[in-house]
Design a protein around this ligand. Sequence first.
Ligand code: SF4
Ligand code: SF4
Length: 349
Amino acid sequence: MRLAEIIELRPVPAAGLLATLTRRCPLSCAHCSTSSGPRGEDTPADALRRFVGGFTPGDRPEVLMLTGGEPLLRPALVDGLAGLAASAGTRTSVLSGMFFATDGKVPARIMRALRHIDHFSASIDVFHEREVPRAAAFRAVHRIMESGIEVSFHAVGRSADDPYLTDITASIRAEFRDRAAVLVNHVRPAGRAASWATARQVPPEGTGQRPAPCAMAAWPVVAFDGTVTACCNQRVVDARPVPDHLRLGHIAVDDWQAIRRRCQDSPVLRTIRTAGAGSCADCRSLARRPAELDAAERAGSRPAAGAMDTLGARLQRDAGAAALLRRYGSGPYAPLVLLGGPGDEETSP
Ligand code: SF4
Ligand code: SF4
């Protein structure tokens, strides 16, 4: 599964599920905004297996994204979840910081964990390179690619004109001969360092720009404690309690079907997806402004609201992955998401 296919699905309600497997990570990247470290919490494995085991061929997400922390610290869980997902027809993608690859090798336990995986994405940036040398990360990604898995890189820089981004994207393109897509993002205080397509402030806080529809309110996110949130904004994922309008449930008590229905049918989420709710800070604090929350609820309950939501998602999906990343990633590098298969002719940033 190519990265572009995954990202095209990002604005489609319940087309994907992002699952945090752990907050643990052996690396200590300076920009990590998930507060991951050697002693982070693990998401309950049994509840995760039960939840993913509830996918059915007729009611399942298209894609399951496993993230962390470092999801490959739990290789047996990655293997088990991807196998359960595959039996229902859901494809699985893993995002890793490549902690295992300091010598350029991929240990057998990691290769086993990847046997049901459809896409592998490696995080790379100036901080990661201090921990895992570029050449070693490249060698390991080649090994994974040779096993038949589509691969991509998630590169992070300070800004679009950061020379590091020019260097790393050229290096990846040359090394992988344009067979690996690259998603480029900027370090953001509220972004999720270990997640592609982070929830950028929509619009940036304090800019006075008018609200814009939020495509990030479309995929449920399983947080480290099993809570399921409506978006991947790091403060929504980490802070407790989650505001009611951004909380979809909990994997210990809800199944996929219930979470999927709440995600698709919530009037407030429909309004956030189609009209926006201001910046992420405005959106998170909606409950403290009951009149605005009521207005969002009413707007999303109108008879046409569901059709508008579906149409908006379809238009964004049809516009393609590069168009989405012009809004949510690093604009000049957005075309690099199309690498990795046919259709990469127009990819020069
Ligand atoms: S940015 Fe990713 S690899 Fe680095 S410490 Fe955080 S979770 Fe680990
Ligand atoms: S906090 Fe609201 S505006 Fe921000 S990503 Fe989440 S749903 Fe979208």
